[in-house]
Design a binder for this molecule. Structure first.
Ligand code: PLZ
Length: 442
């Protein structure tokens, strides 16, 4: 197959006629509960480009929500999966195990923070891995309660909906939710008053947990080191370390949900490394397998081994195609120097977005790390979230051939999650379009 031209190209209006026709078929066949960000259907994707069925080529600033970090159909991933699919597609690791699952667990032990002995268990989705992290934490500690944070997103299954903060669209009408889940205040530098630094925000969260839950009842605290769906919120320096230290001192497990922030996206393998914190359990998914469904819980050996034999598993968890892909993703990230590339992408965004911010009071905040960067859009006079502006800029970008996503508790954050395989030229062009969208919305 010839490679996909790495250029933005509008062959038709967006959406084009083929996508419009497919959208009607979708409406007649797919649940209305499954909505799409973009009005177009994909045909191919590679590097920094997604091509639709009408021949439009979009600059990809989304990576399918932080999944195709090494690019879609990255060569090593394609080869590894093709080789595997010819050998066997599935045996079930719980029935007839295979080497690649073990090899992925070995790689996770090497790449996750901390030099203690580790074990992993593999699953299919981020939500499923988060659920299993909770199971493991409860089995090890013999305690029930779990603390999650304001603005958290941990998934759409029943237990992970309980952990997720935002009602619409994730929870609305779907209760009752799993019990023994408590919520603590997050460190949110842009919206916290000035004297709430990381240490103060940690004291605030810990005080709430001590008063309303109690360490003796608390199995684990789960947190995204950089919140994803909640608005790319980077907690103030020291917040994560102080919360983790309190957990350690009180027999509570510290669980890092790195489903979105992990696997090289922020310029380190895991975002928590920026804060020098070693979690007890760490959850990976999304970018781990280049688009094949795979997730993992990795943690201290004594915690992971506290579960009785047969207590963890699932038909497809650690599927051989997904494991082959994950090993190829790791090889690609290391071979291509993609951790460094993520940091370069951060500099490009920071420079451009900070310049835009200087001239535009609607850009309240520019934040994030590596190839996980966002702008929070506000009403310049009140500072209130401006979701309509975020929607308008995203819609403008979509129409001009750039895939952008929004996020945030109030929907007012434009987030950028390009594949690490994108070129600087495409990044700049994508940012140009976003800037034009901001101007058009004035
Ligand atoms: N934890 C931190 O970001 C998935 C969700 C998109 P799954 N985020 C994208 C949507 O609208 O469903 C996510 C995450 C964090 C857990 C999850 C859940 O991962 O693979 O979607 O189950």
């Amino acid at each position: 197959m010839t490679s996909l031209p790495q250029t933005r190209h509008l062959a038709t209006a967006v959406p084009g006629p083929r996508s419009q026709a497919l959208m009607s078929r979708k409406q007649a066949a797919v649940s209305a509960g499954v909505a799409t960000t973009m009005p177009v259907f994909a045909r191919r994707a590679e590097g920094g480009i997604v091509e639709d069925i009408d021949g439009n080529r979009f600059i990809d600033l989304g990576s399918g929500i932080a999944v195709t970090s090494v690019g879609s159909s990255a060569p090593l991933v394609v080869d590894a999966v093709v080789d595997q699919v010819r050998s066997f597609t599935h045996t079930c690791f719980m029935v007839t195990p295979y080497e690649s699952y073990v090899a992925v667990a070995e790689q996770l032990a090497r790449l996750t923070p901390g030099d203690h002995e580790k074990r992993s268990a593999l699953f299919n989705s981020g939500s499923e891995a988060v659920e299993n992290a909770v199971k493991i934490a409860r089995a090890f500690t013999g305690k029930d309660a779990i603390v999650a944070f304001d603005h958290a997103y941990h998934g759409r299954t029943n237990l992970t909906m309980a952990l997720t903060a935002k009602n619409m669209p994730y929870k609305h009408g779907f209760g009752p939710f799993a019990g023994e889940v408590y919520r603590a205040p997050m460190s949110y530098p842009f919206r916290d008053v000035a004297d709430v630094d990381g240490a103060a925000a940690a004291r605030r969260a810990i005080a709430m947990v001590e008063a309303q839950v109690g360490a003796d009842n608390l199995a684990a605290v789960i947190i995204e080191p950089i919140q994803g769906e909640g608005g790319f919120i980077v907690p103030a320096p020291g917040f994560l370390a102080d919360v983790a230290a309190w957990c350690r001192a009180n027999g509570v497990l510290f669980v890092a949900d790195e489903v979105q922030s992990g696997f090289g996206r922020t310029g380190t393998w895991f975002a928590i490394e920026h804060e020098d914190v070693v979690p007890d359990l760490i959850v990976s998914a999304k970018g781990i397998a280049g688009g094949l469904p795979l997730s993992a819980v990795t943690g201290r050996a004594e915690i992971m081994d506290a579960v009785h034999a047969g207590g963890l598993g699932g038909t497809y968890g650690g599927n051989p195609l997904a494991c082959a892909a994950a090993l190829a993703v790791i090889e690609t990230i290391e071979g291509e120097g993609y951790l460094g590339r993520a940091r370069e992408i951060e500099s490009v965004f920071r420079e451009r977005l900070s310049k835009l911010q200087e001239a535009d009071a609607r850009i309240g905040d520019v934040r994030g790390r590596g190839a996980m960067i966002a702008v929070e859009l506000v009403d310049p006079t009140s500072g209130n979230p401006d979701a309509a502006l975020a929607r308008a800029v995203a819609a403008y970008a979509h129409g001009e051939g750039v895939i952008t996503l929004t996020c945030g508790t109030w929907g007012n954050v434009l987030r950028f999650l390009p594949p690490l395989s994108i070129s600087d030229a495409l990044l700049h062009e994508g940012i140009d379009v976003v800037a034009a969208g901001l101007e058009a919305a004035r």
